[in-house]
Design a protein around this ligand. Structure first.
Ligand SMILES: [Zn+2]
Length: 135
């Protein structure tokens, strides 16, 4: 996946600001020549207000889809932060994303100041998706 430096920075700042709780949001973009290009990062509210999990309300998910439509973009995935742990795929991340096939899940670690991205390729499988930060 390709993401602009300023958008990546926005995720990092959001994660920093919400710590010790997890921050979350959506990634809007498009598929271009087999690559997923993130065009817009949309912050969301973590209704769980928790340091170990996140949830975006159904209403806000709907708003995110409406915004994507207006911008002629797709909801290509979501991001969330891990305030105290590395950016590794967790059991909870796995359980909560099972139905989001073909979506990206970017995890930003506040503790390690680095991100990793995972793509749900099937209900029982995720693959790491390399992050390319572009200017
Ligand atoms: Zn997580």
């Amino acid at each position: 996946m390709l993401i602009r430096k300023q958008d990546y920075q926005l995720i990092a700042e959001h994660a920093q600001k919400e710590a010790p709780n997890e921050a979350c949001g959506a990634l809007l973009g498009k598929h271009e020549n087999e690559k997923i290009v993130v065009e817009r990062v949309v912050k969301a509210k973590n209704i769980r207000e928790s340091p170990v999990e996140y949830e975006i309300s159904a209403e806000e998910i709907l708003e995110i889809y409406r915004l994507a439509e207006v911008l002629e973009l797709e909801v290509v995935g979501f991001y969330h932060s891990h305030p105290f742990h590395g950016p590794l795929w967790s059991t909870v991340d796995d359980e909560r994303s099972k139905l989001w096939i073909n979506h990206l899940f970017l995890i930003y670690s506040v503790a390690q100041k680095e991100a990793r991205c995972y793509k749900r390729v099937a209900e029982n499988r995720v693959e790491e998706e390399p992050i390319e930060i572009v200017e």
